[in-house]
Structures are given as C-alpha cells and as structure tokens.
Design a protein around this ligand. Structure first.
Ligand code: NAG
Length: 313
C-alpha cells in the first residue's frame, strides 16, 4: 500500500444493493414504489394530526413525530440509491458520505426511542386508564419527544467525529447502498477499536434498552388484555398488539443483527437485506400498522382526502 493513499479518502464507491446491472430496473421500480408509499403514508399522518385539533393528544403527537422521523430516515437513504441506480454513478464524496451517515444515525436513533415511547404510552393508556392524563402530562410528553432528538444529535455527532479521524487506504468500494458505519469502518486502515466499542455501547443504549422496554410494555398490556371479559374486545386488542409487535421485531431484530453481532459473521448480503428492512420496509409499514385500526385517524384522513378532491374538482 502506498503511504500517499493512506491520508484522506475523497470519495467512496457505493456498490449498491446488487452488482448485476440487469437487476437495476427492477430494484429501481420496487424502491421507487416503496418510497412513494412511505412519503404519502407518513405525510398524510403528519397533516391529519396537525390539522385536526381532536388529534392533539400524546398518542397522536408521538405518532406524528414517528411519521416525520420515518419520512426523514427513508429520504436520507432511498432517493440517493434511486439516483445511483438510474444514472449508474456510484461515487459519493467523503463529506456527503459523512453527512448521510450522520442523518441516518440521527433519525434511526430517534425512531428507535420513539417506538419505545409509543409502547409506554399504550401501556399507560391500557393499564392505568384513569391516571392517563395525569401521567402523560404535556410536560412529560414534551420530554419524551424532545429528549430523543437532543440525545440523538450528540450521539450521531460523536459517531461522525470518531469516523472523521480515520484514514482509508486501498479500495474505497463499499458493498452497501448508503454510507453506514460498519461497512465504511471495514475499509479503514487505522485502528477502529474505539469506533467499534462506541457502536456497541450506543447500540446497547438505543436499540436493546428500548426493545426490552417495548417487550415489557406489551407483556403488561397482554396481561391486562387477558382480563377483558368480552372475547371480541380481547381479539381486537390482541390483533393490534401483534401487528405492532411484528413491525417492532422486524426493526429491532435487523438493527440488533447489524450493530451488535460480530462483523465477521455477516456477509454483505445479510447486512444489505437487514438495512432494507430498517431504511425502507419499516418506515413504509409504520403508518399503516399504527393507524389503520384507528377510527379517529381514519375519519380525519377521509375528511382530508375528500376535501382535497372537492376543492380540486
Ligand atoms: C412532535 O412533538 C412535539 C412535542 O410534543 C410537537 O410539538 C410536534 O408538533 C410534533 N411533531 C409533529 C410533526 O407532529
């Protein structure tokens, strides 16, 4: 390796999801559709919650924030990938790569914590319905929403600062479709142990802890549901919980796999498949999973769409 190459990387080559050019069109159409569904679903929820004053309750404020975060998470990764697929230009400059990494981790962490906050909110609403308004005071609600944003800002910044001190040499080809920490770390020829320790610590804090809180909340919710006398009510509550839990499992399962398991176990294919789950699939599913069974939100969305149709005709 020439020492000259060891200084700074000016750009990386993102190899994308597939290196087979003939799969480009298929991937492009698939991800374009998924991205459009994500944008429409999440924007509708944000609009509905901000327009309808009946929906200014903690649950919907959390939901609107989650939609905003999901929208940003997908927007930070998918459009760049679509453009690369279409133009076949795979290069990304070093500053752009770090910026993408920053925003991806920033929104990813907020997403993870907000899903846990929403599970806690459901737990309070179902298990302590009489104290719900006193527990979920505007102050606590603001804290539960605001704290993840502030916290995430510092953590992502630390990730980037730790990354920026690394030198790269040899091939700068990244077998991934966006700039993420672990694939880029593998290309560095500096000692990356500090980065790896920080990644594990953060993953423990922002993925494992929320995941455990979510499981605990839903376990307590299930216990409460068992006590519902009517079979119909029990069934409805069960199906709501199970749909939440399946998306939760998809999101946390794949992120735990990527950030907490030793990198040697991973093939690039597994890593990319997991990344598709948390950058494209769960942001697309979240609005449907959290709102489809919800009568109030559906009513507002119907009004919103009808108004748009009547005003445009
Ligand atoms: C997110 O939560 C904050 C604080 O509760 C709220 O003011 C804001 O409107 C929410 N964001 C969205 C997009 O609804």
């Amino acid at each position: 390796m020439e020492p000259r190459n060891q200084t700074n990387a000016s750009e990386f080559i993102l190899l994308g999801l597939s290196e087979k050019p003939e799969q480009g069109t298929l991937l492009f159409s698939l991800f374009l559709c998924m991205y459009l569904v994500t944008v429409v679903g999440n924007v509708l929820i944000i609009l509905a919650v901000s327009i309808d004053s009946h929906l200014h309750t903690p649950m919907y404020i959390f939901l609107a924030n989650l939609s905003l975060v999901d929208f940003c998470l997908a927007t930070g990764t998918i459009p760049k990938m679509l453009v690369s697929l279409q133009t076949r230009s795979k290069a990304i400059s070093y500053p752009c790569c770090l910026t993408q990494m920053y925003f991806f981790h920033f929104f990813g962490i907020v997403d993870s914590v907000l899903i846990a906050v929403m599970a806690y909110d459901r737990f309070v609403a179902i298990c302590h319905p009489l104290h719900y308004t006193t527990i979920m005071s505007p102050r606590l609600c603001g804290l539960l929403v605001g704290a993840p944003w502030v916290f995430s800002c510092f953590i992502s910044l630390t990730h980037i600062l730790l990354m920026a001190r690394l030198a790269f040499c040899g091939s700068l080809k990244v077998p991934h479709y966006f700039c993420d920490l672990t694939p880029i770390l593998r290309l560095s020829c500096t000692d990356t142990s500090v980065n790896r320790i920080f990644i594990l610590t953060v993953a423990g804090m922002v993925i494992v802890t929320p995941f455990i809180c979510i499981l605990a909340s839903y376990a307590l919710i299930l216990v409460a549901i068992m006590k519902i006398p009517s079979a119909g009510g029990r069934k409805k509550a069960f199906s709501t919980c199970s749909s939440h839990l399946s998306v939760v499992a998809l999101f946390y399962g794949t992120t735990i796999g990527v950030y907490l398991c030793p990198s040697s176990v991973h093939t690039a294919v597994k890593e990319k498949a997991s990344a598709v789950m948390y950058t494209a699939v769960t942001p697309m599913l979240n609005p449907f999973i959290y709102s489809l069974r919800n009568r109030d939100l559906k009513g507002t969305l119907r009004k919103l769409v009808n108004r748009k149709i009547t005003s445009s005709s």
